[in-house]
Design a protein around this ligand. Structure first.
Ligand code: APR
Length: 237
């Protein structure tokens, strides 16, 4: 019999216990930086160096942190379920924890691409995206096509090329698990609504969640503890 399909939609909260700051919690990244300066396409054209430095610092930090028990538990689901992780996070902790199917809606911090590499569909050509690991890119670092290298991140004001694929995954899911997102940023925040009628939606978040949907079960705990609770729910299903 084929395995049940679980879609796991994650946000910054799943990486909080690894020591990576979230965005909108008290003391979060958006308390320190204006997102429109460091994470928007207008900000990029206004001050490329500020944006490059912002991601250089975060990329370097990524090298010093580890996946936490929540990432590992999500990866462990693959033993008994057909799992697709759809993450808003640009870190690589799901992959380092062992998840084998990870869709990065907002890009990946370890990857870069030329600022001018357009194709009609995505706004950039996948062929020109490459991995720099935890390295840095600076003003004047050019891609083979001669244009400035930029982070392979979906900036505010840019399209989310993989949203169609994400919606298809959610529509096929038998179970939806949402971990550590304030559900503030669309289109990611609206993804769960595409789940089929009667499909259970579990949300792990220590704070209240802005969702009133009869399919939702809120596990009001941090990600590592909440994943233990979720695994017990699955065992008793
Ligand atoms: N475990 C689980 N959830 C947690 C934890 C934790 N230890 N700590 C915080 N959270 C929850 C918060 O309660 C909040 O609901 O994680 C969520 C973090 O929300 P945001 O900081 O808004 O992060 P996220 O939802 O991922 O932001 C979405 O916004 O700025 C853009 O592109 C950026 O991908 C990001 C998007």
């Amino acid at each position: 019999m084929s395995k049940k399909k679980i879609v796991v939609l994650t946000g910054a909260g799943v990486s909080a216990e690894s020591g990576i700051k979230t965005f909108r919690d008290h003391g979060g990244l958006w308390d320190q930086y204006d997102p429109y300066d460091v994470a928007s396409i207008d900000g990029w054209y206004r001050d490329r160096k500020l944006v490059l430095d912002f991601y250089n610092v975060r990329r370097k930090q990524l090298q010093e942190v580890q996946p936490n028990a929540a990432h590992l538990a999500i990866a462990g689901l693959e033993q008994d379920y057909d799992v697709a992780v759809i993450t808003q996070n640009v870190d690589n902790l799901h992959e380092r924890a062992g998840s084998t199917r990870v869709l990065h809606l907002h890009g990946e911090m370890t990857k870069v691409r030329p600022e001018n590499s357009f194709n009609d569909q995505d706004g950039f050509s996948e062929k020109e995206v490459f991995d720099i690991g935890y390295g840095e890119i600076h003003l004047g670092d050019k891609a083979p096509n001669g244009s400035q290298l930029r982070p392979h991140i979906v900036f505010f004001g840019e399209a989310v090329p993989s949203i169609g694929k994400a919606i298809d995954l959610v529509m096929e899911a038998n179970i939806i698990l949402i971990v550590g997102t304030s559900l503030n940023v669309y289109p990611a925040a609206g993804l769960y609504r595409y789940a089929g009628a009667g499909v259970p939606i579990y949300i792990i978040d220590p704070q209240d969640v802005p969702v009133s949907d009869s399919r939702v079960h809120h596990i009001k705990e941090v990600a590592t503890k909440g994943m233990e609770t979720f695994m017990n729910i699955l065992k008793n299903k």
